[in-house]
Design a protein around this ligand. Structure first.
Ligand code: GLN
Length: 192
């Protein structure tokens, strides 16, 4: 089992440290040629979605990534990663990968509440810690095939659509490994 972690900007090192700690090998995806290596799942880390999206375009990583996700490569997208996956961004014409049929709202908790920590129920896992940093939330779902995995204060903060898991928070920053485990289960099922 090997996981590709998008490493053009943002909190990729924290995902790699967590996965290595769980005994899983990772490769850093920094340029187009890195996408030719074998990996069983993809992590899109938090950071700045606009910067990440532009870099993906410049580095010509955009289309191969979108194609692999479309073909069913399991993805765990956190925070900015969720914005990259979304089919729509509220009050914004930009669409990046657009493989996840949801509309997200960026920086959605206002300045005061830009960063906070809480705990909430995550479908199939139980109560998990959640660290939000200038996070988006999911404003609406398109179609019935997207499952809501978690809400905080009534707002959707985690969803799954096929092999794509999108969370608005940063599971790589907390001790709890269960969200990464959930993603690794998807990767194992998919490569079995
Ligand atoms: N605010 C960032 C964005 O819009 C996301 C923040 C994060 O990934 N922690 O891209």
């Amino acid at each position: 089992m090997r996981i590709g972690v998008l490493a053009v900007q943002g909190a990729f090192a924290e995902h790699i440290a967590k996965l290595n700690g769980m005994g899983v090998d990772c490769i850093e995806l920094r340029q187009r040629a890195d996408l030719e290596q074998c990996f069983d799942g993809l992590i899109l880390p938090g950071g700045e979605s606009t910067v990440q999206g532009k870099l993906l375009r410049e580095l010509q990583m955009f289309e191969p990534l979108r194609d692999r996700i479309g073909q069913g490569l399991p993805v765990l997208a956190t925070c900015a990663g969720l914005i990259l996956l979304a089919q729509r961004i509220a009050d914004d014409e930009t669409v990046w990968l657009g493989t996840l049929p949801v509309c997200v709202r960026r920086n959605a908790y206002g300045r005061q509440l830009g960063s906070f920590h809480t705990e909430a129920q995550m479908e199939g896992i139980g109560t998990v810690p959640m660290t939000f940093i200038r996070a988006p939330y999911v404003e609406s779902l398109f179609g019935a095939d997207t499952q809501i995995l978690a809400r905080v204060d009534g707002r959707i903060v985690a969803v799954q659509y096929g092999n794509q898991i999108g969370v608005a928070f940063h599971p790589e920053l907390d001790e709890d490994d269960r969200i990464h485990e959930m993603f690794l289960r998807l990767c194992r099922q998919n490569s079995a």
